[in-house]
Design a protein. Structure first.
Length: 567
């Protein structure tokens, strides 16, 4: 007989049951020891990013969010994986959502920072919560959020008939043992019920996994609500107030909260036949779905409370392992003052000190010196400051600003778009987004590098000047001509190379002022290129530089004469 799994879970009962047996086999002391061993350390795990993204999409109904391009451009999925030390799927989903949404309410960010500090300090409370959260990391737990937030299938007009068919089928089966003629009716009813089961039953089957995991969520929520020594945690206070509702829901859901994917195959077959003959799942689903729809808002709040506690502990663990972090001072200004800023994904990252006040930054320097990593670090920390309430620095004064980046750019040949046209569209998006009245921070790496020199420099100068009128721009470039053209609007900064003991390298520190050196030809020589090539390259570079100097001098002379004529 074809058998469909009423829980909709993946991987079979062996994985689910094996996971549960491992937890049962581990004593509370062993589990506690494991929690303590990994505190402050990253957790290597396979993360169902599609489940995180789905929860975020369904939840982000209002507010400014980190756009998809900037999220990918800055490598924030990898940053999320480093920060995520949650114990359960709801914690991961809530943490991901928090990192995708800008928070404009200072009180919300302050409360997140307060909870991070509580969980760093209160180890007993933290571990008590973590042990409970482990129950929400079972196979199928990713289906809770879609079940609570998604659209449930409509109730069919014939739904009133299903309980009658179920009851009559059971009664006729019992009667058939006494009146054998009724077995024909049993067969007929079974065919009718099987048809209903494999039509309407299939449409509601994907939701059964969510039903099956609701019991775990409610059980954890009930236990969290019993914690009496939580130091002013609003989530625990809210769950405590909701305990009567939580217990009522646990009692009334009953049949469908049994995750049958954890049962042996034989038991699953038995349940399959019982469902086919008596429509048990369908009848209970129709009875329970009304109860859940009536309490969906409350269940959503319970999910958020449970998940946000787990997310706060995950961030606290991350902060515990950092060399330094700061609670930034955020304001509606165009001012940036950071000391010890560093990138979260670079091991032993160099810390940088940087300041801007009402201006933008044009960053020059040789290849591989750290320009792109620096503007990425700036963007990541601006987002962390406005989503989770901290940044990777020793001190920070930052603007409340939307971050948009144009760093990774590729030819999109499948869409018929060149590298240059892709960038044009991204920068146009910056211009249009900047008209919404909010301050933006735009990160642009090597602007318009996909076109010819003259038009690249002219277009870049015009665009960068326009964007900097009301926003903050971090632009990297190899075009030293832009330094002179934008000196009235942009602060000049650079990264430099160095040679120590005959070895070429970088200090990865940002310095004030324009760049004084170039390294392309030097890298050719160090890489083993023939001397004939590198020597000719140096000569040609000197000639081109002389021509450029002569052109610049002529332009300055013309401007001077035009000024004298006007006077």
């Amino acid at each position: 007989m074809p058998r469909f799994n009423p829980t909709g879970s993946r991987g079979g009962w062996e994985n689910s049951l094996g996971w549960i047996l491992i937890l049962v086999a581990m004593s509370p002391k062993q589990r506690l020891h494991e929690l303590r061993q990994r505190w402050g350390k990253p957790i290597e795990r396979t993360r169902a990013m599609d489940a995180m993204e789905m929860f975020h999409r369904q939840t982000a109904k209002a507010g400014e969010r980190v756009d998809d391009h900037t999220w990918e451009d800055l490598g924030l999925t990898e940053v999320f994986a480093v920060i995520d030390r949650s114990e359960g799927m709801p914690g991961r989903q809530v943490l991901y959502h928090q990192m995708r949404m800008y928070v404009t309410d200072a009180a919300v960010l302050a409360e997140r920072a307060r909870q991070h500090e509580i969980f760093r300090r209160e180890s007993a409370l933290r571990e008590q919560i973590q042990l409970l959260m482990e129950r929400l990391d079972r196979p199928g737990s990713e289906s809770i959020a879609p079940f609570l937030l998604g659209v449930l299938p409509p109730r069919p007009r014939q739904a009133w008939l299903f309980p009658i068919l179920s009851a009559v089928s059971a009664a006729v089966l019992v009667g058939a043992f006494f009146f054998h003629a009724l077995f024909l009716l049993v067969v007929l009813l079974s065919l009718i019920n099987a048809t209903i089961y494999y039509t309407y039953g299939q449409s509601i089957a994907p939701h059964f996994s969510g039903f099956a995991q609701i019991n775990s969520l409610l059980g954890v929520a009930a236990e969290l609500g019993k914690i009496s020594d939580g130091p002013g945690l609003p989530q625990i206070a809210g769950l405590s107030q909701s305990r009567p509702l939580i217990e009522a829901l646990r009692r009334r859901l009953g049949w469908l909260v049994i995750d049958r994917s954890t049962l042996p195959d034989l038991m699953q077959v038995v349940f399959g036949y019982l469902n086919m003959c008596f429509l048990l799942d369908i009848v209970v689903f129709l009875r329970s779905v009304h109860l859940l729809e009536k309490n969906r808002a409350a269940l959503g709040q319970i999910f958020e409370a449970v998940g946000s506690l787990d997310a706060a502990i995950a961030v606290a663990s991350y902060l515990e392992g950092l060399p330094a972090f700061a609670l930034p001072e955020l304001g509606a200004h165009r001012r940036i003052e950071v000391t010890g800023l560093y990138h979260p994904l670079i091991p032993h990252a160099v810390e940088n000190t940087f300041s801007l006040n009402g201006r933008s930054a044009l960053i020059t320097g040789p290849n591989m010196a750290g320009k792109t990593a620096f503007i990425r670090a700036m963007g990541i920390n601006l987002i962390l400051a406005q989503t989770l309430g901290f940044c990777l620095a020793r001190s920070a004064v930052l603007p409340r600003a939307v971050v948009k980046s144009s760093i990774r750019r590729e030819d999109r040949l499948s869409d018929g778009e060149s590298y240059f046209f892709t960038e044009i569209k991204q920068v146009l998006d910056f211009i249009q987004a900047g008209q919404d009245g909010r301050i933006h921070v735009f990160l642009i790496d090597e602007i318009f590098r996909g076109t010819n020199t003259i038009e690249r420099i002219a277009s870049a100068a015009a665009v960068l000047r326009y964007l900097a009128q009301a926003h903050i721009v971090f632009a990297t470039t190899h075009d030293v001509e832009l330094q002179r053209m934008l000196a009235d609007t942009y602060g000049m900064h650079h990264f430099s190379d160095r040679v120590v003991d005959g070895k070429y390298g970088f200090d990865y520190l940002i310095h004030p002022g324009p760049v004084r050196s170039r390294n392309a030809i030097k890298l050719l020589a160090l890489s083993g290129y023939p001397e004939a090539i590198t020597e000719e390259a140096r000569q040609l570079a000197a000639e081109l530089e002389a021509v450029a100097d002569k052109f610049r001098g002529e332009m300055e002379r013309v401007k001077g004469e035009e000024g004298e004529e006007k006077e």
